[in-house]
Design a protein around this ligand. Structure first.
Ligand SMILES: [Zn+2]
Length: 197
């Protein structure tokens, strides 16, 4: 009886996570990685709970997750949002940052709890950025990429000492996105006032 209960609870958690991830338009292989469900079961869940209910806002995504790093560092608003996501991943104990600003993955491999934590972090990000620049799959890609400390790294701003996501192969002016945005605004204000005189 106890075994049956445990199995039921575990399956229920897998399904709940799959629905949560489909709602965020996660790709099938990402859902599979976390839930262990087959392509066919994921397709059926999507059909039953989204397509057949007339929920046309949710699209089923297939194929590979995005791999590029450009959208995490340009423009500065994207960089700011990517940095927010990394902070949320740390708060969710998915990542850890050491004293040398190197990022470490705290989870050996994706599982149901990992998936729920990623969803929770992403949902908090949506609350902070109601018009998000990064989709769930971009957030997933950021989480996987940043812990390799290869193409994406954490840099420190020379102006305000804040930590921010940076392209390891790009020219780094040691300016965080917040400082860059405020410098741009100040520049625009100065240009605007000089234009009037
Ligand atoms: Zn700064």
């Amino acid at each position: 009886m106890r075994l049956t209960d445990d199995r039921y609870a575990s399956e229920r958690s897998q399904f709940e996570l799959a629905l949560r991830m489909i709602h965020h338009e996660a790709r099938t292989h990402t859902i599979k990685d976390c839930t262990g469900l087959s392509d066919d079961r994921i397709r059926k869940l999507y059909t039953t709970y989204f397509r057949d209910t007339g929920d046309t806002k949710v699209t089923r995504r297939r194929g590979k997750s995005p791999q590029q790093v450009g959208p995490f560092v340009k423009p500065p608003l994207n960089q700011l949002e990517a940095t927010t996501l990394v902070a949320l991943f740390c708060a969710s104990l998915l990542l850890r940052i050491d004293a040398a600003n190197r990022v470490h993955a705290c989870w050996p491999r994706p599982d149901v709890e990992y998936g729920h934590r990623v969803c929770r972090a992403f949902e908090t990000y949506l609350l902070l950025h109601p018009r998000p620049r990064l989709s769930f799959e971009w957030a997933w890609s950021l989480l996987q990429n940043i812990s390799k400390n290869d193409e994406l790294v954490l840099a420190t701003c020379a102006g305000c000492r804040a930590t921010y996501v940076q392209d390891a192969y790009a020219l780094d002016h040691r300016t965080c996105p917040c400082c860059e945005i405020s410098q741009c605004r100040e520049g625009r204000l100065v240009t605007g006032s000089s234009g009037k005189t």
